[in-house]
Design a protein around this ligand. Structure first.
Ligand code: DX5
Ligand code: ZN
Length: 229
């Protein structure tokens, strides 16, 4: 099957040992990870607080991986410039977090950063109808955001398939990303459903050997393309 985008396994920093960010990141970068997923939580949009602009700015000096900034924050429009200047390569905002989605996506593109939109498990793909031609990534949450280590919600599969069909029908170019509860047991099926970027926190950083876990996931994803699994 011809794919529009290379398959990416994106380790999620949230599950790493945050007292040693640089060395944790080095493990997956040396294993060949192309992109690092960076979760930003504000204690309002989601019931947890994680990392923000200064951490990203420091991290930017420690890695040349692309950084995927997943903003789980209210009023994302007020922080786009700060995250872009801190060095995010991709900025993803939740559809549910703003009433001015179109404007926020334009703001991201004006900063010369890739723009992504995210939907929670309770939000249908139909809510994105007006922006699918304006985004580089659509991220389907497969857990309710706020915490790592939660169980995968299977409803994400239908949304990934729906996005994949819409993409081919209308020649959209967005990447399809999935985040939450992704592990060795569902990688292959997610790739076959149409996911291009698979975020994995617990599976990679809570494993005794994050580099090996990354490679195992990547190999499973690639094998799924050739129908070996
Ligand atoms: C959850 C975050 C995820 C999280 C995924 O709100 O958006 O990126 O790190 O963690 P796992 O892979 O453990 O489900
Ligand atoms: Zn995330």
């Amino acid at each position: 099957m011809k794919r529009l985008h290379p398959i990416e396994i994106a380790p999620s920093l949230l599950a790493a040992d945050l007292a040693n960010i640089a060395s944790e990141v080095r493990k997956v970068e040396q294993a060949g990870a192309p992109v690092l997923h960076f979760d930003v939580m504000d204690g309002h949009f989601v019931p947890n607080i994680s990392m923000g602009v200064p951490v990203l700015a420091s991290l930017r000096k420690a890695t040349s991986m692309a950084v995927d900034a997943h903003l789980m924050i209210e009023r994302p429009e007020e922080y786009i410039e700060a995250f872009a200047k801190a060095g995010a390569d991709r900025i993803l905002v939740h559809q549910e977090a703003t009433v001015h989605l179109d404007r926020v996506l334009a703001q991201i593109r004006e900063m010369k950063v890739e723009a992504g939109v995210v939907i929670n498990p309770g939000t249908p793909v139909a809510a994105l109808g007006e922006v699918l031609d304006k985004v580089d990534t659509v991220l389907v949450m497969s857990v309710n955001p706020g915490f790592g280590g939660q169980s995968f919600i299977p409803g994400a599969f239908a949304k990934i398939r729906e996005l994949s069909e819409l993409r081919s029908r209308y020649n959209y170019a967005f990447r399809i990303e999935v985040d939450g509860g992704v592990g060795l047991e569902n990688v292959a099926e997610l790739v076959r459903a149409g996911a291009d970027t698979l975020v994995a926190g617990t599976t990679i950083f809570r494993s005794p050997d994050p580099a090996a876990a990354f490679r195992q996931m990547r190999d499973l994803a690639h094998d799924a393309l050739t129908q070996k699994v």
